[in-house]
Design a protein around this ligand. Structure first.
Ligand code: KIV
Length: 278
């Protein structure tokens, strides 16, 4: 096995911003995927509660439990050697009380995460500050906060409102003061994201927030064409592994049915699938 690569650590995030180096983050949900993304040099792996949708087949992230998150965080942390592993705190694991949030965040850290991510601004400031105080690094998440999907009336950021941009900046600054080490900005207008990025000394990680952020994150299942649902408009598919898998499974089935597997040498020919987009 090759020597262990130098781990990405929480303080590296701020240093990368200071050096103008973009931070690259993807979601991961299992050890094999984590190993591959780590090998590709991805800086941070987010065990997102998006696993509710892409792994468990739910319509929202709301049914994801702390137990499910712990299960996937353990797997991802076994696969990642270099990348920083960040665990999403699922719905109801941090909103009820500060004490419960500390206990639940601590369990995610015990499961192998180096940091936790929590959604929201003002209402979670006390919790964020307490987590940081007890030594648990926190990433914020503003803009479209999927755990508030019902309050937002869908997966959207309040469109066009100048107050929304002002509130976003105020929340981001308050999170920085509370000690968070980075903030995800999801589905935020490009200009608002740029303004927040310029005002903070901690990095912003954008998803659907334009190129002005200090880093970018995407849901890996969108990047690799593994999620059958509609991908968000800002996502870019770099491979269509879903199509490759269907083709491979069809050829396997054909070989079994026609007596070529096991034992036979010849395989059913691959069909031209999985052409990569840009
Ligand atoms: O759960 C998740 O995957 C996320 C990203 C979309 C940032 O929170």
């Amino acid at each position: 096995m090759s020597p262990s690569p130098k781990r990405v650590r929480v303080p590296d995030f701020k240093q990368k911003k200071a050096r103008g180096e973009k931070i690259v983050m993807l979601t991961a949900y299992d050890a094999s995927m984590a190993r591959l993304l780590d090998q590709a040099g991805i800086d941070a792996l987010l065990v997102g509660d998006s696993l509710g949708m892409v792994i468990l087949g739910c319509e929202t992230t709301l049914p994801v439990t702390l137990g499910a998150m712990l299960h996937h965080v353990r797997a991802v942390s076994r696969g990642a050697r270099r990348a920083l592993v960040i665990a999403d705190m699922p719905f109801l694991s941090f909103q009820v009380s500060v004490a419960e949030a500390v206990r639940n965040a601590g369990r995610l850290i015990q499961a192998g995460a180096a940091a936790v991510k929590i959604e929201g601004g003002k209402p979670i400031l006390e919790t964020a500050a307490r987590l940081v105080e007890v030594g648990i690094p926190v990433m914020g998440h503003l803009g479209l906060v999927p755990q508030s999907v019902h309050q937002l009336g869908g997966f959207r950021f309040p469109a066009g409102a100048a107050e929304a941009a002002e509130q976003l900046l105020a929340d981001a600054q308050a999170l920085e003061r509370a000690g968070v080490f980075a903030v995800v900005l999801e589905s935020v207008p490009e200009e608002a994201a740029r303004a927040v990025t310029a005002e903070l000394s901690i990095p912003t990680i954008g998803i659907g927030a334009g190129p002005g952020c200090d880093g970018q994150v995407l849901v890996s299942y969108d990047v690799f064409g593994l999620y059958p649902g509609p991908a968000p408009p800002f996502a870019r598919q770099y491979a269509n592994l879903g199509e490759l898998m269907v083709d491979a499974a069809r050829r396997y089935a054909q070989d079994v049915r026609e007596g070529r597997f096991p034992g036979g040498q010849k395989q059913a020919a691959p069909s031209p699938a999985g052409s990569a987009q840009p």
